[in-house]
Write a protein that binds this ligand. Structure first.
Ligand SMILES: Cc1ncc(COP(=O)(O)O)c(C=O)c1O
Length: 387
């Protein structure tokens, strides 16, 4: 009698994929709120720049300690309106990072002013203070550093530089509502700061929306006109200035009023995930370099590591079912849209290097338990596989 073959062990279930972002998970907890907000707004006869928007402005002003908060249609709109309200235009220069989201520089160029790029720090990817100072000329009107990923620019140093050189400091804190840096909320170090409520942001809403914060009453007054076709409050069809249609709607404001009370909790979860990455990935240097440690007070938006073999790491993670994103594949000075500035490869070497090396790992407050640890294990396997 021949022995019957041993029963093969059941194939282990493939681990669940870890998507880079998971929109259905993001909104799962908010479905009821969304439905209620839509009903409230539909029954209210208020659609744009009305009572919910005013309450949201008051809430953001309270949270950040700003004297004025001006709701607009997006983070890009917030930059545009701020720069316009400051009267920045042709002949003016604004120093801004070569490595950022396009709005940091496109909003300057669209005012007819010149974005003057400066390089960023390799460790933090933030605008370099010394490079910024070197880029200041007698045409410079403002400094415009940007918060990205988990990092904050050295705002204390930028505020001191702006004061010393008599410049405006505008903070592109689009991703950083809720962060603190150098003892102040992000967005509160200079003339004005901006926030974005784009859904992916830590304070994300249900569409495009943004906010300007400032202590400057005149800047706020002009910004309020500029966001609404240049009309002063209560003077419909009177156009004091050439303005924009850059207004926040009541649906978004109503939703954000429900979400902002949870922002600290959502930030705390983001920081928890960043700490799992930090602990697991730190020993993998120099193959994979995590961002600087210590997340207290930071707004953790995306967790971006640097790796010389970035594309191979990305392919390895994809093969293990883990989604990643590249922020940013091309620095601003080499984008066709800024060709008129005449830059070439090598002009901002750190920005260019980050474009080759930076890789964002999945990080959102709705990640499944164990998913960050799974990402760490997959990155570890990459680092130990024949390296
Ligand atoms: C650094 C930075 N600035 C500005 C913006 C623009 O914000 P919005 O998408 O709300 O226009 C973004 C959005 O991605 C950003 O990341």
């Amino acid at each position: 009698m021949t022995a019957s073959p041993a029963t093969p062990p059941a194939a282990a279930a493939a681990p669940a994929p870890v998507p880079y972002s998971d929109w259905s998970a993001r909104f799962e907890d908010w479905t009821e709120d969304l439905v209620e907000v839509f009903r409230e707004v539909a029954e209210s006869d208020e659609f744009i720049l009305k009572s919910r928007v005013e309450r949201l402005e008051a809430e953001v002003a309270r949270r950040t300690g700003a004297a004025h908060a001006v709701a607009v249609a997006g983070g890009t709109g917030a930059l545009t309106v701020t720069l316009a309200a400051l009267g920045i235009g042709p002949g003016d220069e604004v120093v801004t990072p070569a490595f950022s989201f396009v709005s940091t520089a496109s909003t300057v160029a669209l005012r007819g002013a010149t974005p003057v790029f400066a390089d960023v720090e390799y460790d933090t990817a933030m605008l370099d203070v010394a490079a910024t100072e070197a880029a200041v000329t007698d045409r410079t009107r403002a400094l415009l550093p940007a918060y990205l990923f988990t990092e904050s620019p050295r705002m204390g140093a930028f505020a001191a530089l702006a004061a010393r050189r008599g410049l405006h400091l505008v903070e592109d804190s689009a991703v950083a509502l809720g962060a603190e840096v150098d003892g102040l909320p992000a967005g509160r170090h200079g003339t004005a700061g901006v926030y974005s409520f784009f859904p992916a942001k830590p304070a994300g809403g249900i569409g495009d929306a943004g906010m300007i914060v400032t202590d400057d009453a005149e800047l706020a007054r002009v910004a309020r006109m500029l966001r609404n076709h240049g009309q002063p409050a209560g003077k419909r069809f009177h156009h004091e200035l050439l303005g924009f249609n850059c207004r926040m709607d009541e649906l978004t404001a109503g939703f954000l009023l429900r979400k902002l009370p949870h922002l600290d909790r959502l930030h705390a979860r983001r920081r928890e995930i960043a700490e799992v990455y930090e602990e697991g990935l730190r020993p993998l240097a120099p193959v994979v370099l995590p961002p600087p440690a210590g997340f207290a007070g930071r707004s953790v938006y995306t967790y971006v590591v640097r790796a010389q073999e970035r594309d191979a790491l990305r392919a390895h993670l994809a093969a293990e079912g883990i989604g990643t994103t590249v922020y940013y594949p091309r620095p601003l000075h080499l984008q066709p849209a800024f060709a008129h500035l005449g830059h070439g490869p090598g002009d901002f070497p750190v920005a260019e290097r980050l474009c080759r090396e930076a890789l964002a790992l999945p990080l959102h407050p709705d990640m499944a338990p164990g998913a960050p640890e799974r990402v760490v294990a997959a990155v570890r396997r990459f680092c130990t596989a024949g390296r």
